[in-house]
Ligand binder design. Structure first.
Ligand code: FMN
Length: 404
């Protein structure tokens, strides 16, 4: 029996444009690392995961963190872009397209918190820095290193286009390499890449500019960036406003303002509970396991969840640029989405609500649900590192509390 369409007048379900790409609606599934690329190679489960999200009504799904080179990975089961994986990625994008959605891929480099055991190389970063998250010290990058990384971003973007992706999302937030350059906490350089904001922006902006040159005008480049790092001595919202304008000038087609620093405030970007016990259980590195057991509660701060927790800061970014801005952070209901679109955001990125229920958009459009009952326990984060992303409440068959 056809379902009644109650909410189809909402702007959420109208098409929107990023660069030369038109999405069927205003929703984008955010990059949420799936943990479904064993041995750094995307598997069948990854294809099926994104096909399902696409079938659930999303406008565009983002295949999460793909390193631009092997030395940019955080886990051994994280993919890095290379020719060999193009055929399987092509099957993924074909499957998503068949369901009527577009596909994007998040490209990045972990910089100082890259995993030496997985990459076999000493991590690189803006400056020499001890990483407590990895118990490693990175090597400061030379200008040659920067040139290599720039080229790796360009090559990865070109490969993504060949694999059928409709867009790429450059990760310049969450304390990944480009955000490490922006953050005074990780960038102590004394040359033209450190110090003033203008200098700290030089390398990240040059990467965006280079990717734009490689993919040509019109191809959608989203840039996920920080509104703030979330601790004293990190990037501030006022600096982020300038960074947004600089990224726009460098060739970004859309911005995704987020926050947090993986190696220091890893749950700040999500808010809600910190599932330390599950996290320790899922950790494969024995040293990190012990460290987390001893200092986990001290290192990883719990910040309470609030719906639309990034609204004010994201709006400051939106008001400073002309390109579309996708709101992200604490979207759980259609009312949330309506609110951000009414405020002038062009798109909404959604993470955990789609983990909880991949059909969320379809169900909202048909009027079946008004929101998702994700309780932000964040155990999906532990699952992603262990067996692959899922909502454990769902897989354990706990009763849902969908509200009308
Ligand atoms: C399991 C999980 C994995 C994530 N992995 C990534 C990632 O690979 N890249 C990224 O930029 N953000 C990642 N995030 C953060 C989300 O994209 C998003 O910024 C955050 O969860 C806030 O959005 P939400 O409230 O809609 O979940 C992840 C979040 C979760 C819950």
């Amino acid at each position: 029996m056809p379902q009644t369409i109650k909410n189809n007048k909402s702007k959420v379900f109208t098409p929107g444009k990023i660069g030369n790409l038109t999405l069927r609606n205003r929703t984008i599934r955010s990059g949420c690392f799936e943990g479904l690329s064993p041995d750094a190679t995307p598997g069948e489960a990854l294809i099926e995961y994104h096909r399902k999200i696409a079938a659930g009504g999303i406008g565009m799904t983002t295949v999460a963190y793909c390193a631009v080179s092997k030395d940019g990975v955080a886990f051994g089961h994280e993919m890095w872009m290379r020719e060999e994986i193009v055929p399987i990625l092509k099957r993924l994008t074909d499957a998503v397209h068949k369901e009527g959605a577009a596909a994007s891929i998040q490209l990045g480099h972990c910089g100082f918190f890259a995993n030496k055991r997985a990459s076999g190389r000493t991590p690189i970063g803006p400056s020499r820095k001890l990483c407590l998250f990895r118990y490693s010290i990175c090597r400061p990058m030379t200008e040659d290193d920067m040139q290599h990384v720039r080229e790796d971003f360009g090559k990865a973007a070109k490969t993504a286009v060949r694999a059928g992706f409709d867009a790429v999302e450059i990760h310049a937030g969450h304390g990944y390499l480009l955000s490490q350059f922006l953050s005074p906490w990780t960038n102590g350089r004394k040359d033209r890449y450190g110090g003033s904001l203008e200098n700290r922006l030089r390398f990240p902006a040059s990467v965006i500019k280079y990717v734009r040159e490689v993919v040509g005008p019109g191809y959608p480049i989203l840039v996920k960036m920080n509104t703030e790092d979330g601790f004293k001595g990190g990037l501030t919202i006022h600096e982020a406003v300038t960074a947004a304008q600089r990224f726009e000038a460098a060739g970004a087609s859309a911005l995704v303002p987020s926050c947090g620093f993986t190696a220091r405030t890893s749950f700040y970007m999500m808010r809600g509970q910190v599932p330390i016990r599950e996290y320790i259980k899922s950790e494969r590195n024995p040293l990190t396991k012990i460290g987390m057991a001893l200092f986990g509660r001290l290192i990883v701060k719990e910040v309470p969840f609030k719906e639309l927790f990034l609204f004010d800061h994201a709006k400051m970014i939106k008001d400073a640029v002309k390109i579309p801005v996708a709101y992200i952070g604490g979207v759980t209901s259609l009312a949330n989405m309506n609110q951000v679109l009414e405020a002038g955001f062009e798109f909404v990125q959604i993470g955990r609500a789609t983990v909880r229920d991949p059909d969320v958009i379809k169900k909202m459009q048909s009027g079946e649900i008004a929101g998702v009952d994700c309780d932000h326990c964040n155990r999906c984060v532990a699952e992603m590192a262990a067996t692959g992303i899922c909502c454990p409440s769902e897989t354990k068959g706990l009763k849902r509390k969908e509200y009308k």
